[in-house]
Design a protein around this ligand. Structure first.
Ligand SMILES: Nc1ncnc2c1ncn2[C@@H]1O[C@H](COP(=O)(O)OP(=O)(O)OP(=O)(O)O)[C@@H](O)[C@H]1O
Length: 614
């Protein structure tokens, strides 16, 4: 230090300040080195004594473990939370976690709806990067959940470390988690949706299986479909099912029910979705697992590029769609470039594969290209209509429980769905925690049958959708008798509402059309004014008019007069705008003739055209 002092003093520097700085540097360096050494020593210790396994969100074991962890009290007791309404795993189950938050008074089932929206369950998830210690079969597991790409909301992974001689304990853990996961999945149908941006499948939810008996269709339809699916599942033959008909008639519900019955997941593609192309579709098809249901929703909308299915969507296959083998003609501004041939190729490939059933739904079968619906692609067609009286009776019985009769009648009829009091509620999600706040009155079977008959008698054949009936029954689910007494009144209301909606829609369309016309006429006017200005400017600078300049006003004058005569609305608007700015006695198409040179020019070119025509 003295040497340093001696060296610095001739330079006139404040030696004590430098000494202090040096001391700090030395102490800081020592502390940091010690810290790093201890960390690497600890890591070395961990590496030599702990076994560590990593589970990536992209793979199934992650789901199994997250599912298993969600049931561990220690996981739920975490003191640092991430509060989420999202799923707990990649494609995992929305199962209750130990930290689930529910309003006991309100939430009776996970599928309950509030104002038409699904209620969301709030879950407490241990936050990222916190380590939890869980005791498992005589070992302490250190578990950390991390996110590799926090900005993208995915890419999470799990790290599990355990002190053990070999990895037996980890194997046991993974197998146990898998078993539990699969046991839970038995009661659910997983839905995957096509992600056209990344060309992959995204898990969209796991739904409780819906019993086939809760779907009320004409006798024999369900049995036929189920038997057919069973026959063809696993055989490398192409089998496609086309379910067509009015909205709210049970097409989707039936597919979900079948999936539950057959133990299959559902992979849904909406062909009209943004960004769908031949390549995306074939990539998606390449990633459909074996044994599943592939569902093409709204097949008719595929080539109209309309995601919505409102009246404005024609759904009709366009010329390019029905004939094209390239996709260029289908390319529209929503980025969809799917061609019919691309779709057919993808479908032929996937449908032939083992263990996959192809289902397609449409509300407009008449709009389908014959190539799509021909046998060999769509082998079984099922028509779904508005509710028949038979269905009305069936759905009524599905909703209202009845006491089991002392000597039950043979269960030959499909309508005899109720064996016990609660089974009759098969259409409704079962309460998970406690009985509903308002108990549903349980009537004698004969009484329910009689009410159901009266209800069906009141329902007009083939006029209302089953979904509408279901809505009415749901509203009255604790008042079976009143439900029947008031049904006639409800039908009148329904008709009135439908009429009103129809009228409103027509009015809206009319208003929209009017607005469009006004816009068109405005832009035309602006165009004309601009052209007139240009012409005027060129005349004033050169004093002469070049042939190119003459064409502009004439074209506008011609086109506007043509369209004006063909369109009353435009004519009215144009006249109005002209009279406010131009000479009132000039014709509508001669806006630019207000200036002398322009008028001269118009006449001249008009003459040329006429002479060339003749
Ligand atoms: N035949 C039926 N049996 C039982 N429930 C039905 C039936 N039809 C419709 N529903 C009920 O109506 C609702 C809508 O049914 P679903 O979505 O299956 O109709 P959809 O025909 O697929 O309609 P869309 O063509 O609009 O997709 C569901 O909640 C379902 O429970």
């Amino acid at each position: 230090m003295d040497t340093l002092k001696n060296m610095l003093s001739p330079l006139g520097m404040n030696t004590s300040a430098i000494q202090d700085t040096l001391k700090l540097v030395v102490i800081g360096g020592t502390v940091e080195t010690a810290r790093r050494a201890s960390i690497s020593a600890w890591n070395g210790f961990i590496d030599s004594f702990f076994l560590t396994a990593h589970f990536s969100q992209e793979d199934y074991p992650y789901d199994w473990l997250m599912h298993w962890l969600s049931k561990q009290p220690a996981w739920g007791r975490s003191r640092e939370f991430e509060i989420t309404t999202r799923t707990v795993s990649r494609n995992g189950l929305t199962q209750a976690t130990t930290g689930d938050l529910e309003d006991e008074d309100e939430v009776e089932d996970e599928d309950a709806l509030v104002h038409g929206r699904r209620k969301r369950k709030v879950a407490f998830m241990p936050s990222l990067d916190t380590t939890h210690t869980i005791y498992y079969r005589g070992h302490w597991l250190r578990i950390t959940r991390t996110k590799r790409y926090p900005d993208y909301g995915h890419g999470a992974s799990l790290k599990i470390s355990v002190v053990a001689r070999n990895n037996d304990i980890l194997k046991k853990l993974v197998l146990e988690a898998k078993r539990e996961y699969e046991k839970d999945a038995e009661h659910r149908v997983h839905i995957f949706m096509a992600d056209t941006t990344y060309g992959c499948w995204r898990w969209n939810g796991a739904r409780q299986k819906r019993p086939m008996s809760s779907i009320v269709l004409q006798p024999g339809v369900k049995d036929m479909l189920l038997a057919d699916c069973k026959d063809f599942l696993g055989i490398p033959f192409r089998r496609g099912y086309l379910l067509y008909g009015v909205p709210g008639s049970g097409k989707t519900s039936l597919i979900h029910s079948l999936a539950g019955e057959l133990g299959l997941d559902i992979y849904v593609v909406s062909l009209s979705s943004k960004g769908m192309s031949d390549n995306t579709l074939s990539t998606l098809m390449g990633h459909v697992p074996s044994r599943c249901i592939l569902l093409l929703e709204d097949l008719d909308a595929a080539f109209t590029r309309s995601v919505s299915r409102d009246a404005s969507s024609t759904g009709a296959p366009t010329a390019s769609a029905s004939t094209s083998t390239t996709n260029s003609n289908n390319d529209t501004n929503d980025g969809s470039t799917l061609s019919l041939s691309g779709l057919l190729n993808s479908l032929d490939g996937v449908a032939a594969a083992e263990g996959r059933l192809l289902f397609a739904t449409t509300n407009h079968i008449e709009r389908l290209d014959p190539a799509l619906s021909r046998p060999g692609r769509m082998d079984v067609w099922v028509n779904f209509t508005h509710a028949t009286k038979w269905q009305a009776e069936g759905i009524f019985k599905c909703f209202f429980p009845s006491k089991p009769a002392p000597s039950p009648s043979p269960a030959s009829s499909e309508l005899n769905l109720q064996d016990t009091v609660d089974v009759s509620q098969q259409n409704l999600p079962l309460p998970k925690r406690k009985a509903p706040a308002h108990a549903i009155p349980v009537l004698e079977e004969a009484e329910i049958a009689e009410l159901a008959k009266r209800f069906a008698d009141a329902i007009p054949e083939g006029e209302l959708s089953v979904a509408a009936l279901q809505g009415y029954l749901l509203k009255n689910k604790v008042r079976p008798k009143e439900c029947v007494e008031e049904v006639a009144e409800w039908i009148i209301q329904e008709r009135e509402t439908r009429e009103k909606l129809k009228k409103e829609k027509a009015e809206q369309e009319e208003a929209k059309e009017k607005l469009d016309r006004k816009e068109r006429s405005k832009s035309k006017k602006a165009h004309r004014a601009e052209a007139a200005l240009k012409l005027e400017a060129s005349v004033s600078t050169s004093g002469t008019i070049t042939p190119a300049e003459t064409i502009v006003p004439v074209i506008h004058a011609e086109s506007s007069s043509e369209s004006d005569s063909s369109n009353g609305g435009i004519e009215a608007d144009t006249e109005e705008s002209l009279t406010s700015e131009e000479e009132p006695d000039k014709p509508a198409g001669s806006t630019i003739e207000t200036k002398e040179p322009t008028k001269e020019k118009w006449v001249a070119v008009k003459g040329q055209q006429t002479s060339s025509e003749t």
